[in-house]
Ligand binder design. Structure first.
Ligand code: GLC
Length: 534
């Protein structure tokens, strides 16, 4: 019954549009207020119609959901809130029937404190082989009352927690997410098995969470600002781990995308050598402000760092960790930075939406693959979550100064006239939907040719039918100040006007698509992008 995938070649991932599903907030099939696999299965036609090539599911495994599922208690079980393993298998097959591949999310740096290994480690006590799977250490200070080292956390707060018998364990994230000891062969073996488990079930790829954090300095030496190498970011041992993963993936023709946040582009590219990861997320572009020179530099740097290793670039505007694009682009500071997130930052949503539309055409015209985060195709803004409803540990661990990431995880609006905007027919959604959410409902946008959804559908349709898009060369065209203009193969041209004035379009035969209308004089208004054919 399986239909052919839309990109039939083995290197589909070099040009793919991959849609990120945050299952908890996508669609609630059983009416308990939490999104689930039944909800995704029912909405596969929406995704097929949108024209995506693959779905990346953030973790759907058994989890206490302390960190939205990035605290995995068992990799081989689907969390009952989401469904069952049999349903996941059905979903993978049904997606395939729509020509859509599935990518799962593996979180190798840590497990949940409810994982069998960690419970056994706690029970077995100091010096036991069970504890060697994690980083347990005695504390410093006279009575071991101080943490073993000074490592900064990836969330704010401490990286060590003390247990009843006096030992401390390491967690780069929340205390409910103990870090695994990647120097231990059983940890490597287990993850290789988990990869095979999911590849056997037909998944086409794996996203690797916190991919540059797994290996730790064996001495667990203190972190000293400005001194390299960092004791837990980008350790050289990682490359050996990913080489062995690559050999497994190759046997299944599956692919990896690594979550690798590294400022050094040469270090970043090492993960993309031909026998390591196929791709990694491009956070430089994601964090880049809406500024022509900065964007151009981000694009050039990205292409330059990927070229020597022959890996395609990826382009991402937002995901489940960062501020939604239309909100960010409507602010005074249009860049993204975890460190500067605060409550109540003013935004101009009309301006942000206009820019997000232009950014969508820019991104989809660049060489490589593109990630679209659920709700981006609906132009959803970041929501302000009432304080008593926030769930994200980033908020709690910051002492309430960081609003956390729930604002980009609000359950999707599907149907304007249904309860909970069609997210689910039963209980209230796990995060409240803000007032006016129905305005963004997919069913309304489907009927409106000027909607964000219509723009994404048309852009994805063209991108799929035009062989010049996706992987391949890009050439900049001469353009005025504040204007980004480049050609792709087959005479395709993309122009984005980030200057305050309308500009003339370069010579062309056809206007394929615009993020907004041209002026009556035929010029391209500010914050607008077009695709042309020369
Ligand atoms: C990644 C995930 C994020 C999670 C963290 C810890 O950065 O994207 O959501 O909190 O890893 O697993």
């Amino acid at each position: 019954m399986a239909a052919p995938y839309s990109h039939r070649t083995d290197d589909w991932w070099r040009s793919a549009v991959i849609y990120q599903v945050y299952p908890r907030s996508f669609a609630d099939g059983d009416g308990d207020g939490t999104g689930d696999l039944a909800g995704v299965r029912a909405r596969l036609p929406h995704l097929a119609e949108l024209g995506v090539d693959a779905l990346w599911f953030t973790p759907w495994y058994l989890s206490p959901l302390v960190d939205g599922g990035y605290d995995v208690a068992d990799y081989r079980t689907i969390d009952p809130a989401f469904g069952t393993l049999a349903e996941a298998e059905k979903l993978i097959a049904e997606a395939r029937g729509h020509g859509i591949r599935v990518i799962v999310d593996i979180v190798p740096n840590h497990v949940s404190d409810q994982h069998a290994w960690f419970r056994a480690a706690l029970a077995a006590g100091p010096g036991s082989p069970e504890r060697e799977l994690f980083h347990f250490r005695p504390g410093r200070g006279e009575n071991g009352e101080l943490p073993p080292n000074n490592w900064p956390s990836q969330f704010s707060g401490r990286t060590w927690t003390r247990v009843g018998d006096g030992e401390w364990y390491l967690h780069l994230f929340a205390p409910e997410q103990p870090d695994l000891n990647w120097a231990h062969p059983a940890v490597r073996r287990e993850h290789e098995d988990v990869l095979r488990f999911w590849f056997e079930r037909g998944v086409a790829g794996v996203r690797i969470d916190s991919a540059a954090l797994l290996a730790k300095d064996p001495a667990l030496a203190d972190f000293v600002e400005g001194v390299d190498p960092h004791p837990y970011i980008d350790q050289d041992e990682l490359h050996d781990i990913y080489r062995s993963w690559r050999a497994i993936a190759d046997a299944y023709r599956a692919v990896f995308v690594g979550e690798v946040w590294l400022p050094d582009s040469e270090r970043f590219a090492r993960y993309l050598r031909p026998d390591e990861l196929h791709t990694a997320f491009n956070f430089t572009f994601l964090a880049c402000p809406w500024d022509p020179d900065r964007l151009r530099r981000a694009i050039d740097d990205t292409l330059a760092e990927h070229a020597p290793v022959g890996a395609p670039a990826t382009w991402v505007l937002c995901n489940h960790d960062v501020t939604r694009t239309v909100t960010r682009y409507g602010r005074e500071d249009t860049g993204f930075d975890f460190a500067t997130k605060t409550f109540g930052t003013p935004t101009d949503l009309a301006l942000g939406t206009r820019r997000a539309r232009a950014a969508a055409l820019l991104t989809l015209a660049l060489p490589g693959s593109v990630y679209v985060y659920q709700g981006e195709e609906l132009g959803l803004p970041e929501a302000e979550i009432p304080l008593d409803r926030i769930q994200d540990p980033m908020y709690f661990r910051s002492g309430g100064t960081d609003p956390g990431r729930d604002g980009c995880r609000v359950p999707l609006p599907w149907t304007a006239d249904a309860p909970h905007a069609g997210f689910g027919a039963g209980a209230d959604p796990w995060l409240p939907q803000p007032e006016g959410w129905t305005h963004y409902a997919a069913d309304r946008q489907r009927l409106d040719p000027s909607s964000m959804l219509a723009l994404y559908r048309e852009a994805l349709r063209l991108r799929r039918s035009e062989p010049g898009f996706g992987d391949g060369p890009l050439h900049w065209l001469p353009a005025g100040d504040g204007v980004l203009a480049f050609t792709r193969a087959e005479g395709l041209i993309c122009v984005v006007n980030l200057s305050p004035q309308p500009v003339e379009l370069p010579g062309h035969r056809t206007l394929l698509l615009g993020s907004g209308p041209l002026g009556t004089d035929g010029r391209l208004p500010r914050d607008t992008a077009v695709w042309l054919r020369a």
